[in-house]
Design a binder for this molecule. Structure first.
Ligand SMILES: [Fe+2]
Length: 381
């Protein structure tokens, strides 16, 4: 029998159910349905993971957040068309805009529909899943824990928001970055936990997701404290990829200059910021970025097969916008930039910025844009 959680939302009451089935066989197709008495859902299929290292693929989304039913639905459905056999979906926070609005979660369910019944969701909370309660405490959305059944291997008090999953040779780590910002006590707990989880890691590949980026893409934003606390651990322990959101733009890069098309050695992770919903900001175009996009909804497909990790970003009309590969042999990593050469970078300001900017702000943006282009040219990007 499933565990039942009674829940009173801003609209009505409902019972949420969850069930952990722990005696499944590896690499096996199962069918399940939910319901009781005369009322049953359709049968849905899922396949369990293998016990050893084997190829895996997943879909990564930046913030969905706004107009989820009308405009985010095409992102998740387009992603499903491209990768219908993905092992799971990964949501990098701000799934909704107002954390306790039941109708926004309703839109999130409608957008993904039956995809969620067959493909697990790994989610990390964003600042929009947090807010102040009546006692002025910064707390998680009431929907989060009844909605998801995520691992409870995080530090006490941060179960289901800070956790890790080992899947077919890859460790996926979720850090609750709004909790990191909440207090120095929470930051210290999260960093200590992360260190332990990286030290004990025996998986070949390591991917970290959290909502706030290590390097921001949005102009004027910089998560200095988070970067100073977390980045040394990521570099020291060979994390391969950091998947984030929050900045409503796209950017990927690293702390090293990387030449386009050439295979180069990689010391640190590749950092990615992306956005899957329609809310758009302006790009900061900082030095760490090797490819960016503004005003563009995207989804990302990640495939891992033995020594190779391939990353692809697609626009919602299912066109390849960005790609790269990381190869790993004897602990040494190489990076190849595979951004499609015929696809120019989309660096236009979103229209509300163009309309709202003063002449000085526009001139500043043009200069930023020009410097970014010059910098990339000089680096061979
Ligand atoms: Fe955010």
């Amino acid at each position: 029998m499933a565990e039942q959680t009674a829940y009173l939302s801003d609209q009505n009451g409902a019972n949420y159910h969850s069930l952990v089935i722990d005696d499944l066989q590896a690499e096996t197709l199962y069918a399940y349905r939910v319901g009781h008495g005369e009322y049953w859902s359709a049968w849905a299929h899922f396949r369990t993971a293998t016990n050893e290292e084997s190829p895996l693929s997943f879909i990564y989304f930046g913030d969905a957040q706004n107009d989820i039913k009308s405009l985010w639905s095409r992102t998740i459905r387009g992603a499903y068309q491209q990768m219908p056999k993905a092992d799971f979906l990964l949501h990098a926070g701000d799934l909704v805009n107002r954390r306790n609005r039941d109708h926004e979660w309703g839109e999130w369910y409608e957008a993904g529909g039956w995809i969620y019944q067959m493909m697990p969701s790994i989610a990390t909370p964003g600042n929009h899943e947090y807010g102040k309660d009546q006692n002025d405490n910064y707390v998680l959305s009431k929907h989060w824990k009844p909605t998801f059944t995520l691992p409870e291997n995080g530090p006490p008090g941060l179960e289901e928001t800070t956790y890790y999953i080992d899947y077919q040779g890859t460790r996926i780590i979720s850090l609750d970055s709004p909790a990191f910002r909440r207090s120095s006590k929470d930051s210290a707990i999260i960093v200590d936990w992360l260190r332990d989880v990286l030290i004990s890691n025996t998986q070949k590949w390591t991917i970290l997701t959290m909502h706030y980026p290590i390097y921001s893409t949005k102009f004027g934003r910089d998560n200095v404290e988070l970067r100073h606390a977390v980045q040394p651990l990521l570099e020291q322990h060979g994390v391969d990829l950091v998947l984030t959101g929050h900045d409503h733009t796209y950017g990927r890069g690293t702390n090293l200059p990387i030449g386009n098309g050439k295979k180069v050695s990689l010391d640190g992770p590749i950092y990615v910021v992306s956005v899957s919903g329609p809310k758009m900001y302006d790009l900061g175009l900082d030095a760490w970025m090797q490819r960016g996009a503004s005003n563009t909804q995207l989804y990302q497909l990640i495939h891992i097969d033995q020594d190779l990790l391939r990353f692809e970003a697609f626009t919602v009309d299912n066109k390849l916008y960005d790609a790269f590969e990381i190869s790993k042999k004897n602990g040494k990593r190489k990076f190849s930039d595979l951004a499609p050469p015929g696809v120019p970078e989309r660096l236009e300001l979103p229209s509300r910025y163009k309309e709202g900017f003063s002449e000085e702000e526009l001139a500043e943006y043009r200069l930023r844009f020009q410097k970014y282009k010059e910098r990339k040219k000089a680096k061979g990007n």
